[in-house]
Design a protein around this ligand. Structure first.
Ligand code: SF4
Length: 747
């Protein structure tokens, strides 16, 4: 943005205050953070600079090529990217450090990452004190032998999303199927799997229907259970630009996150100086109350004749059934379930009616619940009712937190999808088998939580993981640890050391891999707006780390040498040509070769003209029955929240937005008073799964609801099949807890 543009059209009514850069306020200090990161990367400043100026960010899913994106002029950079930078410039660990795990077991994930990069293949047999360095040949022979010795049903692959490229996901998906293994899953399972289910069933496609440009052009943005200020920081710059054009913002969340109330956009003079009010209406829905809220909103849109009947009649189905179902639901009862009062409901409906449609953005606050797929359908209902798809400034946006989750599922590294996001069934498997030249399993495999279930039952012989950390990511870490310990062979390939590597097993192998920037031939990611973005190779050798797409191909060829030709790409440009053939959606990926090269599948909008990629060509309304909460007297509903972190990687012990430490429990003042505790008091939370000692932080929350940081809060969250969203299998990261005071009573 030019200086002239910077100073044009300042809007004092949007200013958060008069203190320059919010001096003295509880807020992130972006400029200090940049200085801190520069210091942390001082060992390889030139390489860090190249990553920032040439690479596609390995943080969240907004997508950027170097320092520029496809949405705004000016610099696109945030502290999340800077915090991740250190992983890309660290040097290899001395292998001897891992020879005795005793001193390492008590270290946090952050302390283990600070050791440096995993640089050499390592192996640890049961009874050994630690890992010993082995050759690549030995490491891969162990893995290949393990895969040959078992049946495909007793083997599983899991890939997490940070930094993993589409090329790696594709080769992993192909290798897995070549070995007959249907059990392949990725991190999308624990975040947006319910969005995939809910969107596919209603609008026919599991992706954002609009583009980030539409955020800037939107009349209204509704943020459902989403905190982009923390998780996709540059989104706040888009929102700032949108608000200067008159966009209004509604936040639907139990807690009005401070970064969504006011935000200081560091790269804009006006916002950096005075901050920007970001929220016009806060709807403090109770955890799990979103379906009831969406139903109540739709009732009121219908009652006010604010539904776009022409669109509904011409382009949707199921609306009359929804009207009938809603007529049997009492609005006051719905509001009771949602925890929202009537004036707030009417204000929300006012906003939607005035705008004539919105961009509905949602995230983990919606998806990590037992009823998540229904909630997604409830949000889709509102969008369909207002024709808020397929045109500028409106849309459905399940905003992704990781640069790899959209592509992971679309490349078929997913238990419930083949490449192209196609369903896993006999017909699609046969078509893929014809293309690939080997049989492809025609049934869905184990999802990530189901892999752990199977491990716990002793039904898994090989667990092969690229990145990921089930110990931190899945509920009930004690049960996860016990389950992992029962797998005879675990193989962890990663760029750093994680705690799950230390879980005892008969045989544990560590494989060092290259980052996306070091990957041979570069690679692509798919952003939240469906843009396939190229990140060039920025050469660097760290120990013996290898490119993962080569690694998956190598293992498949070792286990099934007769299939070697199917895994012998001379370079990954050739691999991208194959992806373009197998996944027609990704046509154009084969042309990408440099920083800034990108192609957006589907174009700016999906469902243009009301034509949906569903069997009937229509968008589908859903009749939804809200769940009745089951909270015994004296108990609280606990949800998990994020601080300054990226996925389970905690970057700061104190959240700069809230000032809360990692052990905080967020509690409303009225609940705290009823419990006889105050800010700073120590309390013990107990659930059926475990307990967690916390420090009380006062926050304005719905009555009898609490929040603790994730992944620490996993100790309170129950695992098990009945605690998952039934179709997508995402764990429900909420619990019913009691609170016990640990401090002596105040005088
Ligand atoms: S907002 Fe997301 S894509 Fe952009 S720099 Fe930050 S982490 Fe990277």
């Amino acid at each position: 943005m030019s200086l002239r543009e910077q100073f044009a059209g300042w809007k004092p009514r949007l200013w958060a205050g008069w203190r320059p850069n919010g001096l003295g306020e509880q807020k992130p200090n972006h400029y200090r953070d940049i200085a801190r990161v520069a210091w942390a990367n001082r060992a390889h400043p030139a390489y860090a600079y190249q990553v920032l100026t040439k690479g596609a960010c390995d943080g969240c899913s907004l997508g950027v090529a170097g320092l520029h994106d496809w949405t705004i002029d000016g610099v696109h950079l945030c502290t999340t990217r800077l915090d991740l930078l250190e992983l890309n410039t660290a040097d290899a660990i001395d292998p001897l450090v891992l020879s005795d795990l005793g001193p390492l077991r008590s270290r946090t994930g952050g302390q283990l990452r600070a050791l440096g990069r995993l640089g050499h293949p390592m192996r640890r047999r049961r009874g050994e004190a630690g890992f010993r360095r082995v050759s690549w040949d030995e490491a891969l022979s162990v893995l290949a032998a393990g895969l040959r010795a078992t049946t495909p049903e007793r083997a599983a692959l899991y890939l997490t999303s940070r930094g993993i490229t589409n090329e790696t996901y594709y080769v992993a998906a192909k290798a897995s199927r070549a070995l007959g293994i249907a059990n392949i899953d990725s991190a999308a399972r624990v975040c947006h799997a319910p969005s995939t289910v809910g969107l596919r069933q209603t609008v026919g496609v599991a992706a954002t229907t609009c583009s980030l440009q539409d955020v800037i052009e939107a009349p209204l943005v509704v943020l459902w259970g989403s905190n982009p200020a923390n998780n996709q920081p540059v989104f706040m710059k888009y929102l700032y630009l949108a608000r200067k054009r008159g966009c209004r913002v509604v936040v639907v969340n139990p807690f009005l996150e401070p970064g969504l109330a006011r935000y200081w956009v560091p790269s804009n003079v006006e916002s950096a100086l005075f901050g920007t009010k970001m929220c016009d209406l806060h709807v403090p829905v109770r955890p799990g109350g979103d379906v009831a809220l969406a139903n109540a909103v739709l009732q009121r849109l219908i009652a006010r004749a604010a539904v776009d009947r022409a669109f509904v009649d011409a382009h949707t189905e199921g609306f009359d059934e929804v009207v009938t179902a809603l007529s049997g639901q009492d609005t006051d009862h719905l509001l009771g379930l949602a925890g929202v009062d009537r004036p707030t409901l009417e204000s929300f409906v006012d906003e939607l009616t005035r705008a004539g449609g919105a961009i509905h953005v949602w995230s983990m606050g919606i998806t990590q619940h037992r009823g998540a797929a229904d909630t997604v359908r409830g949000i889709v209902n509102l969008a369909l009712a207002q024709a808020a798809v397929g045109r500028d400034g409106v849309g459905l946006m399940p905003i992704r937190g990781h640069s790899g989750v959209q592509g992971g599922a679309e490349m078929g590294a997913y238990a419930t999808a083949l490449p192209g996001g196609l369903p896993v069934d006999a017909e699609h498997a046969a078509a893929l088998a014809a293309r690939w030249g080997f049989p492809v399993p025609g049934r869905p495999g184990l999802t990530a939580p189901e892999m752990v279930d199977a491990a716990g039952r002793g039904e898994l012989d090989v667990l092969w993981m690229s990145g990921g950390n089930f110990l931190d990511v899945l509920p009930d870490p004690r049960a996860v640890e016990a389950a992992l310990g029962r797998v005879p062979l675990r193989v962890h390939q990663d760029v750093v050391v994680t705690r799950q590597m230390f879980v005892d097993g008969d045989d544990v192998v560590l494989l060092p891999v290259a980052t996306r920037y070091e990957q041979e031939g570069g690679g692509t990611e798919t952003t939240t707006e469906r843009r396939i973005v190229f990140s060039p190779e920025i050469p660097r050798r760290v120990g013996e780390a290898r490119s993962e797409w080569r690694l998956f191909a190598d293992v498949a060829s070792r286990v099934r040498p007769e299939l070697r030709p199917a895994f012998s790409w001379p370079d990954n440009a050739d691999l991208r040509r194959e992806i373009a053939e197998v996944v027609p959606l990704y046509a154009g990926i084969e042309t990408l070769a440099d920083t800034g090269d990108a192609v957006q599948w589907g174009g700016r909008h999906l469902a243009v003209g009301g034509v949906f990629p569903t069997p009937s060509g229509r968008g589908r309304f859903s009749s939804l029955e809200p769940a009745e909460p089951q909270v015994p007297d004296g108990s609280f509903v606990l949800s998990t929240r994020r601080g300054k972190q990226f996925n389970s990687m905690v970057h700061h012990q104190v959240d700069p937005f809230t000032g809360a430490g990692r052990d905080a429990v967020f509690m409303d003042a009225a609940d705290a008073s009823a419990l006889g505790v105050d800010r700073g008091a120590r309390v013990r939370l107990r659930s059926e799964t475990g307990s967690l000692d916390c420090t009380v932080t006062l926050a304005h929350l719905p009555a009898r609801t609490l929040q603790v940081h994730w992944p620490e809060g996993n100790a309170l969250i129950a695992g098990g099949p009945d605690r998952r969203e039934p179709q997508s299998k995402v764990p429900d990261y909420n619990a019913v807890v009691t609170v016990e005071r640990l401090d002596p009573e105040p005088d």
